[in-house]
Design a protein around this ligand. Structure first.
Ligand code: BGC
Length: 362
C-alpha cells in the first residue's frame, strides 16, 4: 500500500510503498483510513520547517486529522467492533514516570515535551490505507457524522480551548451574562471556533484578511456571525469600532496579531492563542498592553492538542452544528482529493479545508 511521507534530510515529499500493518496486541485495532484532513501543520512539515520522523527512520508518514473504519480488533478490545468509525488522537504520552500529565492520560498537557504526535513528531501518521493503533487512542464517532467527521480533530483544538475558557470564567464572582466573542482568522480552526461561539450563544465576530465577498466571509455570515476584514480595520483600533470582547480566539499564528489581540479584550476577558508563530518573529510588547492585562484581570493563554474529553466534546458539538448549520459545516471541506494528488494539495492550498480521500465505505 502507498503512504505519503516527508524525507526531511533529502528535502523530499513523496509517495512510498509500505507493508500493511499486522496488529498482534490484545488491545490493538486495525483501521482502514477513510479520510485525512490537511492543515497548516502538514504544510509546515512538508516545507521542512516542523516535525520529526520516528527515531531511526529517515521519513515521517504525514497526516494527523484522521477518520477511519475499524477492520479488526484484538481480543481485549471491548469498546469497538469492525465497521465502527473512529478518529485517532494525535498525541501520545511521554515515557517519563514523573510526568504527571501523561501519567494522568493527558499528554496534551505533557510536562517534559517528550510526547510523540502521529504524523507530526516521532510517530508515523495516517496518510495511508491501513494503520494499527491501540484502542486507548481511538474515539468512536457516530456514522451519522461520517461526511464531516474528519473535522473532529481540528475541532478538538477549539473544544480544548473552550474547556479551559470555561474553567477561567468560573473564577468570576458574578454571572457574566450575554458575552461577545472575537475570532481571529477564518481558516478551519477559526471557522469551527466561530461555530462553537455562535452555538454557545455568543455575539460573534470573525476578523480575517479575506475580502467581504470571500467564501469565508459568506460562511461566517451564514452562521449568524459578523465578518470584519482586517484590511480595513487595524487590530489596534478594532475595539473602538466594534466594541470589546469577553473571549478572543486567535487562529492565525501571526506573532504581531497575537500580541496585539489582547487590546480587544474587555475587563476580565480572555484571549486563547492556538496559532503557532514562526520562532524568529520579533514583536514589540509595550507597557500599556501589560498594564491593561493587570488592571483588567485579563487572561492570555496558549492551548495545543486535546484530550479524550475534548474529542467527546468535539463530537457532540459537531452533532449540534449539523442541526444548527449543516450546509455551513459541509462547506468547510472545500476539496477532496485522492492520495496521489495530496503532495500538490500540500504545496498549494485552495479553499478552506482540503481532505485526502483514502477510501469510501466498503
Ligand atoms: C495538531 C495538534 C498538534 C499541534 C502541534 C496541530 O496541527 O492539530 O494535534 O498538537 O499541531 O504539533
Amino acid at each position: 500500500m502507498q503512504a505519503l511521507a516527508v524525507f526531511p534530510s533529502q528535502k523530499r515529499v513523496d509517495l512510498l510503498d509500505i507493508a500493511e500493518p499486522q496488529p498482534k496486541g490484545a488491545t490493538e485495532v486495525l483501521l482502514r483510513l477513510r479520510e485525512v484532513g490537511l492543515c497548516g501543520t502538514d504544510r509546515e512539515i512538508a516545507s521542512f520547517e516542523y516535525g520529526d520522523p520516528p527515531s531511526g527512520s529517515d521519513h515521517l508518514i504525514l497526516g494527523h486529522e484522521s477518520l477511519a473504519e475499524v477492520v479488526e480488533v484484538g481480543r481485549e478490545v471491548h469498546g469497538l467492533k469492525p465497521g465502527d468509525l473512529v478518529v485517532a488522537m494525535v498525541r501520545r504520552p511521554c515515557p517519563h514516570p514523573e510526568c504527571r500529565a501523561c501519567r494522568a492520560g493527558r499528554p496534551d498537557f505533557c510536562l517534559t515535551g517528550d510526547y510523540t504526535e502521529r504524523g507530526i513528531k516521532g510517530a508515523d501518521g495516517f496518510l495511508t490505507d491501513y494503520v494499527a493503533d491501540d484502542e486507548a487512542f481511538l474515539v468512536k464517532v457516530p456514522h451519522a457524522l461520517s461526511d464531516v467527521a474528519v473535522l473532529v480533530e481540528p475541532l478538538t483544538v477549539v473544544t480544548k480551548a473552550a474547556d479551559q475558557a470555561h474553567a477561567i470564567f468560573n473564577r468570576l464572582p458574578y454571572d457574566p451574562g450575554p458575552q461577545r466573542g472575537l475570532v481571529l482568522g477564518a481558516g478551519p480552526i477559526g471557522l469551527l471556533g466561530a461555530m462553537l461561539l455562535v452555538a454557545d450563544g455568543f455575539e460573534t465576530i470573525v476578523y480575517s484578511r479575506d475580502s467581504e465577498e470571500s467564501t469565508q466571509a459568506k460562511l461566517v455570515r451564514s452562521l449568524g456571525a459578523q465578518y470584519v476584514p482586517s484590511t480595513a480595520n487595524p487590530i489596534e483600533s478594532l475595539a473602538e469600532g466594534w466594541g470589546e470582547f469577553d473571549v478572543v480566539l486567535e487562529a492565525v499564528g501571526f506573532a504581531p496579531l497575537m500580541m496585539a489581540a489582547s487590546q480587544t479584550l474587555r475587563a476580565n476577558g480572555l484571549l486563547a492563542l492556538t496559532g503557532v508563530p514562526h520562532e524568529a518573529a520579533a514583536v514589540e510588547l509595550n507597557g500599556r498592553t501589560l498594564r491593561d492585562l493587570v488592571l483588567g484581570n485579563r487572561v492570555v493563554f496558549g492551548t495545543v492538542n486535546a484530550g479524550r474529553r475534548d474529542h467527546l466534546s468535539a463530537i457532540q458539538h459537531l452533532e449540534q452544528f449539523m442541526v444548527l448549520f449543516p450546509e455551513s459545516v459541509r462547506q468547510l471541506i472545500t476539496y477532496r482529493v485522492p492520495l496521489d494528488e495530496a503532495p500538490q494539495m500540500l504545496m498549494q492550498k485552495r479553499g478552506i479545508k482540503n481532505v485526502v480521500e483514502m477510501r469510501r465505505a466498503a
